[in-house]
Structures are given as C-alpha cells and as structure tokens.
Design a protein around this ligand. Structure first.
Ligand code: NDP
Length: 446
C-alpha cells in the first residue's frame, strides 16, 4: 500500500466518527501524492505524514456559565494546536452548535497549509465551542466568553497561540475574551486578533477575508484571460466573509446577486444592497426575511427547498460553511455557465463537486488559498501589536492585496512545477505543505 493510503487509513482508524477531518486529510493527501511519492523513503522514515496529521496538542474543556434565568449551562470548549513548525498556532474560534472535535480538527488541519501559503510565520490551530451566540443576550455571551477564556488563557499567548474570530465569533465575542484574558494575566498583548480598533485591532481586518477572496479571484481570472467586470456573482452566507466579498465584488465591477443564512436565501436581480445587508446582519443581528421586506424586487427562498447555486451566474463564491455546495449544485452551476468558483468559507465544496468543476474546466480555487486574507491580516495585526503601532487602512489593504496575488502565483507555480497545471487545489496543498515539511524536517523529531 502506498504511504499516502496507509496514513489515510490510519487517520480513519485512529479518529473514529470525525468525517470532516477524514475528508480534509483525504483531500490534502491525495493532492500531495506526487510530492510524497517523490520523497517516500525519507518521509516514511521521519514519519512526516503521521506527524503532520496528528495535532501537537488537543485541549477539551468544560465551559460552565449562568444564563439570564439563573440556570447554569454547560458547553464543550476546544482548542486544537495542530502544528507550530513555522510559527505560533494561529486560527479562529468557532461558536456554533454543530462544533465538535472532528470539525475543529478539520479546520485546524486546513489552517496549517493556509497559514503556510500566506508566506507569514504562523502555525496552524483552531478552536471553538458548541455554544450558540444566536438568541443570547449580551450578558449571556459575555458570561460564556469569560468562562471559555478562564480555561483557555493558560494555553494561549502572543508568542504561543493567537486565536481569532470565525463563525459566531465576531468583534463582540473577541472583546469579551480579550478583556478576560487581560484581567487574568495582567498582560496587554496581541493574544487575540480581530480586536476592536480602540484596543489593538487592525484596520481592514473586518473586511480582510471577503476582500482577499475577491483580490485572489481577480488575479485567477486575469491569469486566465478573464475579468470580474460585468460578471454576475452568486454568493452564499451573510456573515463577515460574505458581506465584504459582496462589497468588494461591487467595487471591482461585478454584480453580486445572492446571499444566504441558515434559514433562507435572497436572489436580488438588481444586485445585493450591501448597506441594507450590513444593517440587518451587523447592527440588528436579524434575518434575511427583513432584506426581502425592504427590497420589493428581491426574492426570498426558505432554506432546504433550493440554494443560491440554482441562480444563473458567472462566478460562485461559497462563503457560509463546510459542504454547502454538493455535486448537484455543481452540475446546476456548470449548466448555467458558471466558469469560476473560489471558496470564501472553509471546505464549502464537497470533493465530488470539486472534481466535477475541475473536470468541466471551471477555474476552482480552494478556501485555504482564497480565504487566507483573514488570517494574513490577523498576522499583520500581530505585527502591529508587536511594534505598538497602527497602520492605515490603505497600508493594510495594499499589503493584503499583495499577499493574495502572491498566494495565487505561489499555488499556480506549484501546480505547474508538479505537472498539474490549472489544478489549484493541488497547487495550494503542495505549496503549503512543502514549507511546513521543510521546517519540520529541519527541527528534528518533535
Ligand atoms: P459568520 O458567522 O459571520 O457568518 C456565517 C454565515 O453563514 C451566516 O450567514 C450563517 O447564517 C451562515 N451559516 C453558518 N452555518 C450555516 C449552515 N450550517 N447552513 C447555512 N448557513 C450557515 O461567519 P464567517 O463569515 O466569519 O465565516 C464563514 C466561513 O468562512 C466559515 O467557513 C469560516 O470558517 C470561514 N472563514 C472565515 C474567516 C473570517 O475571517 N471570518 C477567515 C477564513 C475563513 P446564520 O447566521 O443563520 O447561522
């Protein structure tokens, strides 16, 4: 059996009931096959793959907190410190009822290669909880965040592990977590990113993932003789990534016509009204039915019956959650003339759908490259915190743009070098892996 297959089987056997983690490992290892086979003897002897698929440390903890009725609630807390070969662990905290260890491990594993692709010195990690901030009062969210950090603070720090936001963890949650960390440790340091601007946050961090997604998409199109201008774009999600992807899509001359949340989705033939979407999602924390009520030309569809991918578009940007775009969706997109897909979310496209896109000549960029603008700007926030300086919006945005363009060329070159030109999934995995593998080899058996 090949080394790749052996290690994949080992992962499945050692990590039962973690399908998302298995899926992420399979996708990465499959596309690394050509690199692994060229170095099989050495990698095997060093157990390099066994080490890279095993987190350096996994923290599982109880998060008790008191709700507004005086009732004690208990959630599960997670932090997976996956790989620190090229820098301190870095990766977001997801707060969503679906969170379990397998999901955090899939996200942490992906994060290793994503962070490596940015070219910045950051290792891979991820964390979160099955706590759902939706429908909770601010006081309840604060109580949860304080309890979460009261355990986690022992294991994180500006030079060891720097968590950030993700689904359900926005500026409010990061603020409560930072306050509690500071109170417990007495340290005013860059231990979390995505902080508010008044206490060490970076300008453009809020916009970074969505903007970065569009910068990379633009570069991918340009290198393939295409352009965003005048193109119809289908976006899923209505959170941080989706909102700023929609905003930048407009700025680059595209026309984003859809967005979604977990209860329904919008098709707005005139193009999504970003100001209205922001008001509903960022200010009121409301639902998309309010969008349809305010825009008579827009159509609202309940989730479940259909998805944004049924709309005719040129470019698709999945920005909600994992496995939200399956083979049926991919077929509908291709039949409707969609020629490019870039993932704003982490692993939103199933493997079958990815393969279908690739087989049908659709330009496809995986999340670990396309959404790396968020973590890259988090790393820029860390730099500013270390310097005790704040850069201007333009400075951060222009660095972000440069990073996204570099990421694209990095993975494009890797794909060409290893004989799979145009396969950006393989290119991203290979480019991300090679740097981490070299650092791990240089650092010995640790
Ligand atoms: P948010 O919580 O801000 O928004 C998530 C959006 O997706 C919401 O509209 C949410 O709807 C929807 N959504 C979440 N889960 C589901 C589901 N199971 N079914 C349908 N819709 C769902 O998260 P972000 O925008 O920050 O993150 C979106 C994705 O991007 C995630 O995969 C995240 O890991 C990834 N990502 C985020 C980065 C960042 O900087 N924020 C960086 C890199 C990747 P509802 O509100 O109804 O739940």
């Amino acid at each position: 059996m090949s080394y790749v297959d052996e290690v994949y089987e080992l992962v499945v056997a050692k990590n039962p009931a973690q399908p998302e983690f298995h899926q992420a490992v399979k996708e990465v290892l499959e596309s690394l096959r050509v690199v692994i086979e060229a170095n099989e003897e050495k990698y095997r002897k060093d157990a390099l793959l066994e080490r890279i698929v095993t987190p350096e440390r996994q923290l599982l903890f109880r998060v008790p907190w008191v709700d507004d009725k005086g009732q004690v609630q208990v959630n599960n807390g997670f932090r997976v410190q996956f790989n620190s070969a090229i820098g301190p662990y870095k990766g977001g905290l997801r707060l969503h009822p679906s969170v379990n260890l397998g999901i955090i491990k899939f996200l942490g594993f992906e994060q290793i290669f994503k962070n490596s692709l940015t070219g910045l010195p950051i290792g891979g990690g991820k964390g979160g909880s099955d706590f759902d901030p939706k429908g909770k009062s601010d006081r309840e969210v604060m109580a949860f965040c304080q309890s979460f950090i009261t355990e986690l603070y022992k294991y994180i720090g500006a030079d060891t592990d720097v968590p950030a936001g993700d689904i359900g963890t926005g500026a409010r949650e990061i603020g409560y977590m930072y306050g509690q960390y500071k109170r417990l440790t007495g340290l005013y340091e860059g231990v979390l990113t995505g902080k508010g601007l008044s206490y060490g946050g970076s300008l453009a961090r809020t916009e970074a993932t969505g903007y970065g997604l569009l910068y990379l998409t633009e570069e991918m199109l340009k290198c393939n003789g295409k352009d965003i201008k005048g193109k119809t774009i289908a976006v899923s999600g209505a959170g941080n990534v989706a909102i700023y992807a929609i905003q930048k899509a407009w700025q680059l001359g595209g026309k984003p016509v859809t967005c979604s949340d977990s209860t329904g989705w919008i098709y707005d033939p005139d193009g999504i009204d970003v100001a209205l979407l922001k008001e509903i999602k960022e200010v009121k924390r409301g639902r998309l039915t309010e969008y349809a009520a305010a825009r008579p030309g827009a159509q609202y569809h309940e989730a479940g019956s259909s998805k944004v991918w049924s709309v005719k578009c040129d470019i698709a940007l999945p920005c909600a959650t994992q496995n939200e775009l399956d083979l049926e969706d991919a077929k509908a997109l291709v039949a409707n003339g969609c020629f490019a897909v870039a993932e704003g979310a982490n692993m939103p496209t199933t493997m079958e759908a990815t393969e279908y896109f690739q087989a049908n000549g659709v330009l496809f960029c995986p999340g670990k490259a396309a959404n790396a603008g968020g973590v890259a700007t988090s790393a820029l926030e860390m730099s500013q915190n270390s310097e005790r300086l704040s850069w201007t919006f333009e400075e951060v945005d222009s660095k972000l743009q440069g990073i996204m363009v570099n990421i694209f060329h990095n993975l494009d070159d890797a794909a060409k070098r290893f004989g799979c030109e145009g396969n950006y999934v393989a290119g991203a995995n290979i480019a991300g892996f090679l740097k981490v593998a070299e650092a791990m080899t240089a650092q010995g058996v640790v």
